[in-house]
Design a protein around this ligand. Structure first.
Ligand code: ATP
Length: 283
């Protein structure tokens, strides 16, 4: 028996950092949504009691450092499962890009094992395992559009956003999430209007949604990676309705209501960067 799970990427429509907590984590407030760019996770039970990972991407660790491995290990340990699993990760989401690719693989592994071994666990139960792997994993269990608080692991599902096209551009040079948070200064931070974003989504108001996109980490990442500003400028020049960094970057995304505009942004950016994707938002 084989189980296949889609592991979609996410973008942040709003990302705010409220304060640093006593436990060292930052208190976050985010609105995120899934997009139709996904890894594909194939799970098969094997005879030996071990976790084996394969991937088409040579840059991914295939051992206990892989988020899918961590998910399978925690799942097996939590529910005392003495079976082994073979996990194939078809990687389509750029790595270390701010698109939660690794978290989505972990979430898809948890959902998939729940089906493969017929445990009938709820998404809430899977999310509790997921938050031990990373703050974005609970969101990736549910997918869709969500309001996230805490360190990002407290999820409230909200209405789907007005459907639109998304052009994702991943600059060549990455940025580590750690460096971005390390350079965070609360005096200089610009907070997005998260409340307005939530209202726009509730009212299915595309232009208000576009107007209220914001990422408090973007100015910090833009200092480390100057391509961010250049890509944003180009996206807006080519007619994007909004252009914003996702997560801690460095991926920038453009939102376009019309496909013709999205194609123009895609073609314009394709000449400038190697990794450019034109996708839709997911419900
Ligand atoms: P996140 O919001 O989950 O941190 P991200 O897009 O910023 O997402 P990832 O693509 O998840 O970053 O990669 C972060 C690190 O995790 C990389 O250094 C990568 O080697 C490691 N990693 C481990 N497992 C995976 C996986 N299955 N897919 C992608 N990266 C993985």
């Amino acid at each position: 028996m084989e189980v296949i799970e889609k592991a979609p990427a996410k973008i942040n429509l709003c990302l705010d950092v409220l304060h640093k907590r006593d436990d060292g984590y930052h208190e976050m407030e985010m609105v995120m949504t899934s997009v139709d760019l996904a890894d594909r996770i194939v799970l098969k039970t094997i005879e030996e009691n071990q976790i084996v990972i394969h991937s088409n991407n040579g840059f991914l660790p295939l051992d206990q450092r892989n988020h899918a491995y961590k998910a399978a290990k925690l799942f097996k340990d939590t529910y005392h499962i003495e079976k082994g699993v073979d996990i194939t990760i078809e990687k389509n989401i750029p790595i270390a890009a701010g698109l939660a690719g690794g978290s989505s693989d972990a979430a898809a592994t948890l959902r998939g094992l729940n089906r493969l071994w017929q445990l009938n666990l709820s998404n809430d139960e899977l999310a509790l395992i997921g938050e031990k792997i990373g703050s974005d994993v609970p969101y990736c269990i549910y997918g869709g559009t969500a309001y996230a608080t805490g360190r990002g692991e407290k999820i409230q599902q909200i209405d789907a956003i007005p459907q639109c096209w998304v052009v994702l551009v991943k600059p060549k040079k990455g940025i580590s999430t750690w460096t971005v948070f390390e350079n965070l200064s609360f005096e200089q931070i610009t907070h997005p209007e998260t409340e307005n974003m939530l209202t726009a989504i509730q009212e299915n108001d595309y232009s208000q949604m576009v107007e209220n996109t914001g990422n408090a980490l973007e100015p910090i990442s833009a200092v480390k990676q100057p391509d961010i500003k250049r890509i944003k400028r180009k996206m807006l020049q080519f007619g994007a309705d909004a252009a914003l960094m996702s997560g801690s970057g460095p991926t920038i995304y453009a939102l376009c209501k019309k496909y013709s505009k999205a194609q123009r942004v895609y073609n314009g950016l394709k000449g400038f960067c190697n990794e450019v994707y034109l996708v839709r938002t997911l419900k």
